[in-house]
Write a protein that binds this ligand. Structure first.
Ligand SMILES: NC(=O)c1ccc[n+]([C@@H]2O[C@H](COP(=O)([O-])OP(=O)(O)OC[C@H]3O[C@@H](n4cnc5c(N)ncnc54)[C@H](OP(=O)(O)O)[C@@H]3O)[C@@H](O)[C@H]2O)c1
Length: 268
């Protein structure tokens, strides 16, 4: 595994696994919760250590149980979760504290590696209050890093007015359908690590080009796509219910794309 160093010095695995449909009937985001996640067990066996969770996914407790029942030491894991910007979690500072305490309980841990605001908070006062609680837990060592998700330039600028701790990451959609290059440039200029959600999405004609590039390295197009992102400093959190794909999505560290490959992908 390779790591990226966040702006506060914390090391984050450059590849993690998403969990948004794990432990749910028919692997459906809105499906009823089942009581088990064989895919997460499989991901841990294959070497994944970074786990991308969220309160909205409803499966934190189950994910937490699988993690604590695994024999992976806590210090090897990098657990991310996210607080949604709904009244239940952000109406008061107390509500935000209760949300974080509950996530700590769900993961059976006394710290989370990364906590994100899941989506922009439109009300400035609420955004400030929520971030202040994140900072409070960060200062107390209960959060090793804090960040945001789906924030655009405007919201990031708003945060500069009050944030004592700069967001360490912004988790946004980055894939070949949604390149998001302008925002990516801003993040990289500001020292905020981009984390790509939905990293596997690509059109068929784009997949053909990726597959073609992969032939030279005996890699699949999906691996080329993930390698492309990590080579430019983007953390990826692909999610798969298929062990073969999980294994392939983490097998990215024994080849390097050429400038010509990169130019081809940039032109997609
Ligand atoms: N912050 C946010 O607002 C936000 C939004 C969406 C997602 N997320 C996070 O990002 C994670 C990833 O995003 P996502 O789950 O939406 O999409 P994704 O990881 O881009 O794509 C998942 C799909 O790609 C397929 N896939 C995975 N690896 C493959 C491979 N090697 N070859 C071919 N197909 C492959 C999977 O099918 P198989 O199961 O058949 O492999 C699955 O259908 C989520 O799980 C969640 O944790 C965050």
């Amino acid at each position: 595994m390779e790591y990226i160093t966040l702006n506060n010095g914390l090391k984050m695995p450059i590849v993690g696994t998403g969990t948004n449909t794990y432990g749910k009937e028919n692997n459906d985001y809105n499906g009823a919760l089942t009581n088990k996640i064989p895919e997460l067990v499989s991901a841990l066996e294959l070497g994944y250590r970074s786990i991308d969770a969220a309160i909205s996914y409803r499966n934190e407790e189950l994910v937490g149980r699988v993690l604590s029942e695994s024999n992976v030491p806590r210090e090897e894991l990098f657990i991310t979760t996210k607080v949604p910007p709904s009244e239940e979690y952000i109406s008061t500072k107390e509500a935000t504290r209760a949300a974080i305490d509950n996530s700590l309980k769900n993961f059976q841990t006394d710290y989370l590696d990364l906590l994100l605001i899941h989506h922009p908070i439109e009300d400035k006062e609420q955004l400030k209050n929520t971030w202040e609680v994140f900072e409070e837990y960060y200062e107390a060592g209960k959060l090793k890093a804090i960040g945001v998700s789906n924030f655009g330039k405007t919201q990031l600028n708003e945060m500069k007015e009050f944030a004592k701790v700069k967001p360490a990451v912004n988790q946004i959609q980055i894939n070949l359908k949604e390149f998001n290059q302008d925002l990516l440039d801003v993040l990289q200029e500001e020292g905020i690590t981009p984390v790509a959600w939905g990293p596997m999405k690509a059109e068929d004609h784009q997949k053909e080009v990726l597959d073609e590039i992969g032939k030279a390295y005996n890699k699949t197009g999906a691996q080329v796509l993930l390698r492309y992102q990590i080579e430019r400093g983007v953390v990826v959190i692909p999610k798969s219910h298929n062990r073969e794909n999980q294994a392939s999505n983490i097998d990215l560290f024994d080849f390097q794309l050429t400038a010509e490959d990169i130019a081809k992908i940039n032109n997609l």
